[in-house]
Design a binder for this molecule. Structure first.
Ligand code: W6P
Length: 395
């Protein structure tokens, strides 16, 4: 069919891996009409390529995986979204400002369509596991999910960036003097890591207090009088730190069940020449060395997996509560850390406690999207975003 040939054509192109610096340059384009046009063009071009890669990649799954109802549903969402965006090729003319808003509505509805992908996928893989179809392939499925969920983070980030860049500024934004200089879409050029750590720790503490009596305090420590800042996506950083702190609070609370005082969780934040490093240390008794890799498996969780089989429609986003207990928290947090070239490592000392490290690039030029890519045998050359911007500016 024509959709199949469009898919095949799009999947031949390599995806463009952007850096934070490129995203900042692009987002700071002064003329709003020009920014709207270029962003629509880019999202249309790049969106169909990234979606085509995901569809191709899903087609490499074994037949009985793709036949599972939840996984089939996610697969169909991707087909629909590819078609929507492919057909939008002609909804992005540079002439009419109206076309840009029509296109952006389409992007918004695609984001909305896929909001429960992670939960639906998790339910699908849980079913396959129950049917004993994952035996001997948990490693394959874990690396598959790493690739799939990382691609999803990238597409959603770009789509969301488009929406925030072309949105007419609201009153609050107009009144915020910092807005123009600090924020570029969802990127904060002066992302205050201590502030985010404080929010994440406070909220994780509140959450833990509803389940554990002995929730520890936390300390945020920076060397000297540093207030480390970097260009980053605050929502990604919050997601990572909230997850780590939740784990630490729970470990300490359970390890010191009956103690009258519990050792605080310590968050050390340091900016070096090229990195910004965050260390979250707990004295929660640690876990055996051999169990550390399991923390990043999608199939190992200590919590009770919720029964959501009857909860089908209108499910919330992956950041929300129903995913708790699926064991996706740490692996997905590591994907967020890796998305712009960073990483997340856990070192545990059984009998004492656990240190979790988050490494981020502190220089935006070095922070490139790290994206898996479906690799067809032949790749065609396609102007990437930087070439393309230079071309537009000359034209
Ligand atoms: C633990 C286990 C764990 C995982 C991730 C982060 C912190 C901790 N603490 O005991």
């Amino acid at each position: 069919s024509s959709l199949e040939s469009a898919l095949a054509r799009s999947a031949k192109y390599q995806i463009s891996r952007l850096s934070l610096a490129q995203l900042l340059t692009f987002g700071q384009m002064e003329d709003p009409q020009l920014r709207m046009n270029q962003s629509c063009q880019f999202i249309q071009n790049e969106g169909v390529i990234r979606l085509a890669h995901m569809i191709k990649e899903m087609r490499t799954l074994p037949d009985d995986f793709l036949d599972e109802q939840h996984i089939r549903r996610v697969y169909n969402w991707y087909l629909e979204s590819f078609r929507d965006l492919h057909e939008a090729e002609h909804v992005t003319p540079a002439s009419s400002p109206q076309a840009g808003y029509v296109f952006t509505d389409r992007v918004r509805s695609i984001l909305h369509r896929h909001s429960s992908t992670v939960l639906t996928f998790a339910m699908g893989f849980r079913n396959l596991k129950k049917q004993r179809k994952l035996r001997n392939c948990e490693h394959y499925v874990t690396s598959y999910l790493d690739r799939f969920l990382m691609s999803r983070i990238g597409i959603r980030f770009l789509f969301n960036q488009h929406m925030t860049l072309v949105e007419p500024p609201g009153q609050a934004q107009l009144e915020d003097d910092n807005r123009g200089s600090r924020w570029v879409g969802s990127i904060d050029r002066a992302c205050d890591v201590c502030h985010i750590a404080y929010d994440a720790a406070s909220n994780a503490k509140l959450l833990c207090e509803t389940t554990h009596i002995n929730t520890p305090d936390f300390e945020i420590v920076t060397p000297g009088d540093q207030r480390p800042i970097l260009s980053y996506v605050p929502s990604h950083l919050y997601h990572i730190l909230f997850e780590l702190l939740k784990n630490s609070f729970r470990a300490v609370g359970e390890h010191h069940k009956d103690a009258s005082s519990v050792p605080p969780v310590k968050v050390v934040i340091v900016k070096g020449d090229n990195d910004l490093t965050i260390k979250v240390s707990d004295e929660g008794g640690g876990i055996p060395f051999a169990d550390v890799p399991r923390l990043f498996s999608y199939f190992y969780t200590t919590a009770e997996t919720p029964d959501l089989d009857s909860w089908e429609e209108g499910m919330p986003d992956m950041n929300n509560a129903p995913l708790a207990g699926f064991g996706y928290g740490l692996p997905v947090s590591r994907l967020y850390a890796r998305y712009f070239g960073g990483d997340l490592k856990v070192i545990s000392v059984q009998g004492y406690g656990t240190d979790a490290f988050v490494f981020l690039h502190s220089v935006a030029e070095n922070a490139h999207e790290v994206l898996p890519s479906y690799r067809p045998a032949e790749l065609e050359y396609r102007r990437n975003q930087t070439d393309w911007m230079a071309h537009q500016q000359r034209a």
